[in-house]
Design a protein around this ligand. Structure first.
Ligand SMILES: [Zn+2]
Length: 411
């Protein structure tokens, strides 16, 4: 299993120029492939094309030799991947776009045989050595032990990163030291994640703050478009770009806060439980509601699920995904009775059959946990405190919903 770790790097001027040139070569190759694809997409063969490119490059594109061979070889694989992914979404080939120098995201790849991790004496830092470049200092150590298969250098806006791929031996998994039985998660789009054991994990307050900052910046930005661009919507003022950059930075910060949160929560859960049950959110459906789509930004649902999946492989835990139509919110988690209608703003679930009164999200989470298909063991109060402590030490706001709300009312 290959894991990758993304680390921010600070290349000096010379290195930056070299990196930018490499982005250029990668872009050029990709665009060349796309051009060939557009000419003849019917009997398109990536391997034949690669041969053609290699035959042509000596004379026609000699500049590719200034970089590592990977820079102009990997785009063939990238292209194949993007072709596969648009086909899986049932879109056709004209959805592929040419890459531009102006794109906010740029990248190139280097294979493991051409890169090296080095240590300098007396410095507690790792350095990465790429072909034709001086070593670049890394601000983090590599977390995974194993063979390094390659790395990808990326730039997002004006920040550079390296993602290092490490092949991890799967037999070292199962460091899961607590081995609690099973847990269900109800992933809220607005405020929190509800756990079937009665805990509520709040999204960081900084996410809300950052979102309101972004809304403000966006408003200012939209005003900056207007005056000069009455006639030509393509002309933007200098101030517009300044503001745009501010917005980009704020968006990136929001994304970082979210990622950090997703990492920590998925780590704690996969490290503590043997089964984690989640719902299969049909994200497409949620996007229909614009308002919901905006709130959805507080948790990268798709990304969070991926996090859970790969960490579960590492720590020996199993993810169970409910069927899309599983009525986790509408079912009573105590007696199994189902209500037909449950309004979105109803926060408390009341069962008219058995009298259960319970927080709506906790009820859904318990139903998800029940998917394990047998009676699962509960945490002891001591285990419970250990779990809460894990969240607290990671600076995650967590609280237990009051018992009173969860008790069965007397009929
Ligand atoms: Zn009931």
């Amino acid at each position: 299993m290959i894991l990758s770790q993304k680390i921010r790097i600070y290349p000096n001027n010379k290195q930056r120029t070299f990196i930018e040139k490499s982005f250029g070569v990668a872009r050029f190759t990709y665009n060349w492939i796309l051009e060939q694809y557009n000419k003849n997409s019917i009997d398109f063969d990536i391997y034949k094309l690669k041969k053609k490119f290699n035959a042509l490059k000596k004379v026609e594109f000699p500049f590719v030799y200034e970089m590592s061979k990977y820079v102009s070889q990997e785009p063939f694989m990238d292209f194949k991947d993007s072709l596969r992914s648009i086909k899986s979404f049932k879109m056709n080939g004209n959805m592929l776009h040419f890459k531009s120098k102006k794109d906010t995201f740029q990248s190139f790849y280097i294979g493991g045989d051409q890169m090296k991790m080095i240590k300098k004496e007396g410095v507690d830092k790792d350095y990465i050595k790429l072909p034709k470049m001086l070593p670049i200092k890394l601000n983090e150590h590599i977390r995974f032990a194993g063979h390094i298969t390659g790395c990808r250098i990326t730039r997002k806006f004006d920040k550079y990163y390296v993602s290092i791929n490490v092949e991890v031996d799967e037999t070292i998994k199962s460091i899961n030291n607590d081995n609690y039985d099973a847990i269900g998660l109800d992933l809220g789009i607005k405020n929190n994640i509800a756990l079937s054991n009665g805990l509520i994990v709040n999204y960081p307050e900084s996410i809300n703050k950052q979102i309101s900052k972004i809304i403000k910046t966006q408003k200012v930005l939209s005003r900056k478009v207007h005056p000069r661009t009455k006639d030509d919507p393509k002309i933007f003022s200098k101030n517009y770009f300044k503001q745009k950059r501010k917005l980009d930075n704020q968006l990136e910060r929001l994304d970082n806060i979210k990622r950090d949160f997703e990492h920590k929560v998925s780590y704690i859960l996969t490290n503590s439980y043997r089964y984690i049950c989640i719902e299969d959110l049909s994200i497409q459906k949620m996007k229909g509601d614009r308002n919901v789509a905006r709130r959805l930004q507080k948790l990268g649902l798709y990304r969070f699920r991926k996090e859970l999946e790969y960490k579960s492989q590492l720590y020996g835990c199993q993810i169970i995904i409910a069927d899309k139509y599983y009525p986790s919110s509408k079912t009573c988690s105590f007696c199994g009775n189902k209500v037909e209608i449950l309004k979105l703003n109803t926060r408390t679930y009341k069962c008219f059959k058995c009298g259960l009164v319970i927080d709506r999200d906790i009820n859904a989470a318990i139903n998800l946990k029940n998917l394990v298909g047998r009676v699962t063991s509960e945490l002891t109060p001591l285990d419970f405190n250990i779990l809460i402590k894990k969240f607290k030490t990671s600076n995650i706001d967590v609280f237990k919903i009051e018992e009173g709300k969860q008790q069965k009312a007397c009929l």
